[in-house]
Design a protein around this ligand. Sequence first.
Ligand code: ATP
Length: 510
Amino acid sequence: MSEDLFKKIIAHAKEYGFVFQSSEIYDGLSAVYDYGQNGAELKKNIREYWWKSMVQMNENIVGIDAAIFMHPTTWKASGHVDAFNDPLIDNKDSKKRYRADVLIEDYMEKIQEKIYKEVAKAAKRFGDSFDEKMYVDTNPRVVGYKEKIAEVRHRYVEALEKSDLAEIKQIIIDLEIACPMSGSRNWTDVRQFNLMFATEMGAMAEGASTIYLRPETAQGIFVNFLNVMKTGRMKIPFGIAQVGKAFRNEIVARQFIFRMREFEQMEMQFFVRPGEELKWFEHWKELRMKWHQAMGIPAEKYRFHKHDKLAHYANAAFDIEFEFPFGFKELEGIHSRTDFDLKQHEKHSGKKLQYFDPELNENYVPYVVETSIGLDRTFLAVLSSAYAEEKLDDGSERTVLRIPDFLAPFKVAIFPLTKKDGLPGKAMEIFNALRFDHMCVYEEKDNIGKRYRRQDAIGTPFCITVDHQTLEDNTVTIRYRDTMEQERIPVDKVPAIVAEKVSFSKVLAE
Ligand code: ATP
């Protein structure tokens, strides 16, 4: 995978109506993107997959839709006003701004990649007799790399824990980290930067107050904990799920929809008995990995990453990372948040946020295990693993999006072979029958080959062609996106074939 491939994916996403730069006619708005006609469908399907697997498939999880604006005290209670900061640093020559923590993490990641390379080389050299664990533990070069990472990590975590910004800068200097743009090591001091967007609510005269665009959806769940528990007669353990926009004034925003200033999160807070949180943490960690892999994306594209530095309120935290074209990066976080959030809201609101446990015959503030995933990052994961350029047997080439069938923006394209002889009428008849259940496209322009290519490029799994034989025996040609195989089938079999392949049920059952 390479930067080059990433550029191609971004260009493809634009050319085929998946993702556009926001307000492009005004030269765009940095790190803000719009989803086009195909992107909106794909995004909606991913959202639906998440919602069904959380809310529809779990009798003890319910979904809500809280407002983006919340009482300002929410963000005081959650700690965001005081501590939702990133350490930023500028390069004085390129004038580019970076997250100081990311510069150091990338440095460690580069060493880690050297280890992977050494291991891959050795595995090739030794063949079947290769003992990876022994090699990694004893090979002097690999051991040296590992020691270097451990040393940097130790220093870095300590600096983060103490919020020692001078030390973070010193680490960057000592490691001789250079600006990727200018190549220079001429850095400013490290400063903290709050990521929340603030705005004013109400007219000045009536005493406007500063409110924030929510930087995460989770707090909308915590402040509704009592409402949902009471009105839904929820029994612990139970979960509340929500999908919605979140806003962060990100310092570095150069990775397409991976890091946006306005994005969408899919979060679920699971409320459990104190003391049982780590058991549930393990449960959700495994389940969330399964959710990703059930889509059909190769398992080796995912890995767990344990947090080096736990937030002060967390007692366990893992990320699920995905191998994006620019390397393994966070896609989802699974956090054991203890009773921190509910306790903070109790303190600031003066309301009791407790559960009466009839089995224990006692009241307590529940502990929380959170799963938090970015919808846009999942979109990028699906899109980048789907993108393929292929050389065909006849020497021609095609670009195809192998999007999992159930997520594809359009499921079926229906083509009359020609515009004459009543073929469009027959094709329309099939189109009109299928559109009740699926997103369908009808196309009669250009030759069939071109029409196939256009559907490949947006990931449509099936193309149905109506020709003269259809008028005689009521059969059509179905062509499969991935294999490009074509089959002649009776028209009345089409709905069942399509429905089986694009159904959510099969994936959810996994
Ligand atoms: P990062 O370290 O990449 O900034 P984070 O640890 O701050 O992410 P969380 O606060 O745990 O992220 O948010 C949960 C999820 O929301 C992330 O795993 C990611 O998928 C998504 N997310 C967070 N920030 C952004 C963003 N700026 N753009 C798109 N998605 C985001």
